[in-house]
Unconditional design. Structure first.
Length: 149
């Protein structure tokens, strides 16, 4: 599969909630980071870690989210393994509409994602999941630890 085909399978799989299928899009050993994550979660380095990452919360543990990938633009690069993909998830969380923009810089080798830098609007993502207070607390804690200036 071409990198853009793998990307499309990924975002469509997330939108459809096909969580069990998503880790299979990645190489056994990979490197996935979310550079803008205010919680500074470590890189996901294996298919097993991605399996855990893509495990949905228990039924009723969060809002009912429906979404679809929209506005997809894939930019090819001079490296045939690497794409830059712009998109958004549009949908509703417990009936409240949202738009969550994202950009992925993804390396796909032999039809598997071997590296990805996933940039999302984490404030909107936290609001969608009902976790905005936790996100603000994480940002404040990081700012406090860094000190003035």
């Amino acid at each position: 599969m071409r990198p853009q085909d793998v990307f499309r399978k990924l975002v469509d799989g997330v939108a459809a909630g096909r969580w069990a299928e998503l880790p299979e899009l990645y190489a056994e050993w990979t490197h996935v980071v979310h550079p803008f994550d205010p919680h500074r979660a470590p890189a996901l380095r294996s298919r097993d870690e991605l399996r855990e990452h893509f495990t949905p919360p228990p039924a009723g543990a969060g809002p009912r989210i429906e979404r679809r990938a929209t506005g997809i633009t894939v930019h090819e690069t001079t490296d045939p393994e690497v794409i830059v993909a712009e998109f958004a998830y549009e949908g509703t969380a417990d009936g409240v509409p949202f738009t969550l923009p994202g950009i992925f810089v993804m390396r796909v080798r032999d039809g598997e994602i071997v590296e990805s830098r996933d940039y999302f609007d984490h404030a909107t993502g936290a609001a969608i999941r009902g976790g905005l207070d936790d996100l603000v607390a994480a940002v404040k804690a990081r700012a406090t630890a860094a000190g003035p200036g």
